[in-house]
Design a protein around this ligand. Structure first.
Ligand SMILES: C[S@@+](CC[C@H](N)C(=O)[O-])C[C@H]1O[C@@H](n2cnc3c(N)ncnc32)[C@H](O)[C@@H]1O
Length: 254
């Protein structure tokens, strides 16, 4: 068996391994309260993600080669910086393949972040980061009509668009984000919906938040998919990660 086939088959076996998947689920449950997802940095900026999802995003960006990534939920900016750094590498690889010198000012591939509250110290740190030249930020609610209109305007002219949703995790909000931004996702590209894991956690895990079992990104994804048949869950991503905050949240557009 060649390496690719062997990897595929191992991923399937891992996903069907009851003891392994139980450990992964236990880890997800046990690591939520201690805020494990707050432990990491992307090129020096705090990113609120599990490392497995960071790797999945890296794999998807390489595969899709987007020229625009739209992200809701900026926080400290780590996820914007991670996406921007991958887009910079894609531009670098293009230049190498074309045998041309890389012009760091040419930043065709861009990240667009939206957050209702971009704190001054986070904005300053993002603006001081070397990746800032390919990052645009909009402050406002990701579901406000004027923000959705602005994102649509900025997305026009881009050919390959990927979307990452990681802001307010209530059913209503994520469903509104899906309805607003999924249409911008290019065929073959992804809309990644983070924190679908909330549905799989014990009820009451997030006592100080408006989301819980029955009201979260996974319930929004279910409703969205029942009305949007050109999107489907890429179960291979979850099967390989096992540890992820986005089970059933890696949505691929056909
Ligand atoms: C989980 S954090 C984002 C983490 C970030 N994506 C990362 O990986 O580091 C959620 C962010 O969503 C923002 N947010 C909450 N409600 C929002 C809304 N209605 N529209 C846009 N952003 C919102 C919060 O201000 C917060 O910065």
């Amino acid at each position: 068996m060649d390496f690719k086939e062997e990897t595929k088959s191992r991923i399937r076996d891992n996903a069907n391994d009851v003891a392994l998947t139980r450990c992964a689920k236990d880890f997800m449950t046990a690591s939520t309260h201690p805020k494990y997802s707050y432990n990491f940095l992307a090129l020096g900026r705090p990113i609120i993600q599990y490392p497995q999802d960071m790797v999945a995003i890296q794999e998807l960006i390489w595969r899709i080669k987007p020229d625009l990534i739209i992200e809701t939920g900026i926080a400290h900016g780590g996820s914007l910086i991670l996406s921007a750094s991958m887009l910079a590498l894609l531009d670098y690889c293009d230049a190498v393949q074309a045998g041309q010198p890389l012009d760091p000012k040419k930043t065709r591939r861009r990240v667009l972040g939206i957050d209702i509250d971009i704190r001054a110290h986070n904005r300053a740190a993002i603006e001081a980061h070397p990746m800032v030249h390919r990052i645009d930020m909009i402050q406002g609610s990701s579901v406000a009509p004027e923000i959705v209109a602005e994102v649509n305007k900025r997305a026009s002219g881009h050919e390959r668009v990927m979307v990452i949703l990681d802001s307010n995790h209530t059913h209503a909000h994520v469903l509104a984000e899906l309805n607003a931004y999924a249409p911008l996702v290019s065929s073959g590209s992804y809309c990644v919906v983070f924190d679908t894991i909330i549905e799989d956690m014990p009820a009451g895990t997030y006592p100080d938040r408006p989301w819980d079992v029955g009201n979260n990104p996974k319930t929004a994804v279910r409703e969205f998919l029942s009305n949007n048949h050109d999107f489907g869950v890429d179960e291979d991503v979850e099967a390989k990660l096992l540890i992820t905050v986005a089970p059933g949240g890696y949505l691929r557009r056909r």
